[in-house]
Design a protein around this ligand. Structure first.
Ligand SMILES: [Zn+2]
Ligand SMILES: [Zn+2]
Length: 353
């Protein structure tokens, strides 16, 4: 059991400039009523934080990012049920806010909560979600306990897995459908793993051979190399000329998204999973949209439902994510961790505390 002195300090990893991180010393937060104090043991570096580190995404600095986290409960605020949230329990939190009282939350779509961007603040002078720190306080409703021991670095992938499950829930594929996943990075691989488990035939379009091979080794059914073949034609060929019922674009490239829409069968669903950089316009024929009855949608953040699904999948050992962790770095090597993450060939880099 970890004993925390509330006046003690903790380490936090802050992005302080372009390609620069510093370890700050901050006061350990104290749990307010209904809050849980979590000792963070692992935080994965998401593309979002990597973009801030590279200077591509502008935010107030210093930024203490980090939202893909796992850790242990160390203290409870008033009114938190110790049976439901036992001190010592291994947990993964859904760190983005769901206020439960805006019209989106009340309609069951917390991914659009109007308070989404009121991040947890580690202190008055620091901006960010706060997961890249040794401790964080969160409302108990945002915290999921695990029943089985799972390494914390793998548990930190609960949040990205939940984002992917939300994306799949948007596309609603049925048993026996065909789905195309564009891009074989970690998010593409997670889509493929989940879709395969659901009895969906999977097609990956990815120019990197290593990533295609990884997908194949994890059960992906068809591979397309878009650098050497026409990806739309290849999908049509695999699907007997029909096209796919679901297409997920996990790349940041606008033109790839446009191509992905042409892979759809009539009535199929296209999910813009990744944000697009640069945000260039794409063209589509309105009459095609009219007559094909396709659904074009996006997926952003994990829903509460998909977070529950992600925890269930990992707790039941239904998915094995350890091969998606390319490397882990102790907090004092955070600078190297960020540099490794942006090198481009990693699935996920995790910082451990
Ligand atoms: Zn993320
Ligand atoms: Zn809300």
């Amino acid at each position: 059991m970890i004993k925390v002195q509330m006046n003690e300090c903790m380490k936090a990893v802050a992005i302080t400039g372009e390609r620069r991180v510093e370890i700050l010393s901050m006061k350990i937060p104290r749990p307010k009523p209904n809050e849980v104090l979590i000792n963070i043991r692992a935080c994965a570096l998401c593309t979002w934080e990597q973009r801030v580190f590279k200077g591509e995404k502008k935010t107030p600095l210093p930024l203490i990012g980090g939202h893909e986290i796992a850790g242990q409960i160390v203290a409870l605020g008033e009114d938190v049920d110790p049976q439901q949230f036992p001190v010592g329990a291994a947990v993964a939190p859904r760190i983005i806010k769901a206020c439960q009282s805006c019209s989106f939350c009340r309609r069951g779509v917390p991914t659009q909560c109007v308070q989404l961007n009121t991040f947890h603040l580690n202190g008055p002078d620091v901006y960010g979600m706060g997961g890249l720190a040794e401790y964080i306080c969160l409302e108990s409703s945002a915290v999921w306990c695990f029943n089985r021991p799972l390494p914390f670095d793998e548990m930190a992938l609960t949040e990205p897995l939940a984002c992917v499950l939300h994306s799949i829930n948007r596309a609603k594929p049925l048993f026996g459908d065909d789905a195309v996943v564009i891009g074989g990075g970690i998010m593409g691989q997670l889509h493929l793993m989940c879709l395969n488990k659901m009895g969906v035939r999977t097609i990956l379009s990815e120019p990197d051979k290593k990533r295609r091979d990884f997908a194949l080794s994890r059960g992906c059914n068809y591979l397309i190399d878009p650098s050497s073949e026409d990806a739309v034609e290849a999908v049509k060929k695999i699907t007997g000329g029909r096209g796919a019922q679901a297409v997920f674009n996990t790349t940041a490239i606008a033109s790839v998204g446009e191509e992905g829409m042409r892979m759809l069968e009539n009535t199929g669903r296209y999910v813009a999973f990744s944000s697009i950089h640069p945000d260039l316009p794409i063209s589509l024929n309105p009459n095609w949209l009219h007559s094909s009855e396709v659904v074009l949608t996006g997926a952003v953040n994990p829903s509460i439902q998909s977070f529950e699904q992600a925890v269930n999948l990992l707790d039941k050992e239904w998915l094995d994510l350890k091969d998606l962790i390319t490397d882990t770095y102790p907090v004092d090597k955070a600078q190297q961790a960020f540099e490794r993450a942006i090198a481009g060939d990693a699935y996920r880099i995790v910082i451990t505390f």
